[in-house]
Design a protein around this ligand. Structure first.
Ligand code: ADP
Ligand code: MG
Length: 312
């Protein structure tokens, strides 16, 4: 397998191939009796040049994990590194610069500026920062995302899928070390959702980017290289080369644990992106079906509280 990521960030000592790392990452909200432990001593390595999905019940800490890894939120204890830079302890101004220069974001609501056209939206963060986009890179991003003939369109003139592609291009434009996407397909119909997942996959495979995506949808998670499962603020399992069916099976176990006497409705399949392939196996980017390589599931830790299993 080619590793385009290895050549993509010269000058950085990323021999270990870790784009972001957390050790003992703990995040508590509130104080006293009302304290909520959103993250409970999480250790995680986000592999460079890979597509990592984060799944788990609502309230399990997915967004908090993403925000803490991205320097959008402070931590209560533990350490976080972006590449070689420890970001825990940085001042707000340094964090702002680091986020601007090294991280890209995609959210469920595309957050495009309605009065700007696609091209202007894509380069907006760099324009604000007074930076010139690398023209060659920007061309590749626009080409890869198939936005060439949409650049002059305003968001209102674009479909949801096209808007999310513009948001994806905006996240990629500065060639960040790491892209975080929080439910990027949450507002899209299944076809547009599949398209965006395909482009995120290409950003990793063709452009050597690193992507971390939160999703509720096993079909969406199946496009990733590795799924991290969160429950009650802890990473309780992971699955390499996931398939939608395997992810769905794994998620059902969260519900079994939470409602031992029945009544669990099972996780939402969301957009229903888990379209079976021709042989009945779920499609996988490398065509392998991903079945044999599935990691053995560890026994999940027993949740101490019972957050509602509904969606965010
Ligand atoms: P997820 O994204 O998996 O749904 P979150 O990371 O948003 O979960 O939240 C994890 C836990 O932390 C939840 O119990 C949530 O209610 C709590 N939480 C998140 N943000 C805040 C906040 N700003 N203040 C208080 N509690 C919060
Ligand atoms: Mg969330």
């Amino acid at each position: 397998m080619s590793t385009p990521a290895a050549t993509h960030a010269p000058g950085r000592t990323d021999a270990d191939g870790v784009a972001a790392r957390a050790r003992g990452l703990t995040k508590a909200y509130g104080s006293g009796e009302t304290t909520v432990l959103a993250l409970d001593s999480v250790d995680v390595d986000i592999a460079r040049g890979r597509f990592t999905a984060v799944m788990g019940p609502s309230g399990s800490g997915k967004s908090t994990l993403m925000h803490c890894l991205a320097g959008l939120d402070t931590v209560s204890a533990g350490q976080v590194w972006l590449g070689d830079t420890e970001i825990t302890g940085l001042k707000e101004r340094e964090l702002t610069r680091l986020r601007r220069d090294r991280i890209g974001f995609m959210f469920q609501s595309f957050n495009l500026i309605p009065t700007l056209n696609a091209a202007e939206n894509i380069t907006l963060p760099m324009d604000i920062a007074g930076k010139k986009p690398d023209a060659e890179w920007l061309e590749r991003v626009i080409e890869t995302l198939g936005l060439r003939d949409r650049l002059k369109h305003r968001p209102s003139q674009l479909s949801g899928g096209q808007q999310q592609r513009v948001a994806c291009a905006r996240a990629l434009a500065s060639r960040p070390e790491l892209i975080f996407a929080d439910e990027p397909t949450g507002n899209l119909d299944s076809r547009a959702g599949l398209e965006v997942l395909g482009f995120l996959r290409e950003a990793v495979d063709e452009l050597g980017q690193t992507v971390v995506m939160v999703t509720h949808d096993p079909g969406a998670a199946a496009h990733s290289d590795l799924v991290l499962f969160l429950a009650d603020g802890r990473i309780v399992d992971e699955m390499a080369r996931p398939t939608a069916d395997a992810v769905l099976e794994r998620m059902k176990r969260f519900d079994t644990i939470r409602t031992p006497h029945g009544g669990g409705e099972g996780p939402s399949v969301g957009l229903g992106l888990n379209v079976p392939g021709p042989d009945g196996a779920t499609a996988h980017p490398d065509g392998s079906g991903g079945k044999e390589k599935r990691t053995e599931n560890r026994t999940p830790t027993e949740p101490s509280s019972a957050p509602s299993p509904d969606q965010d």
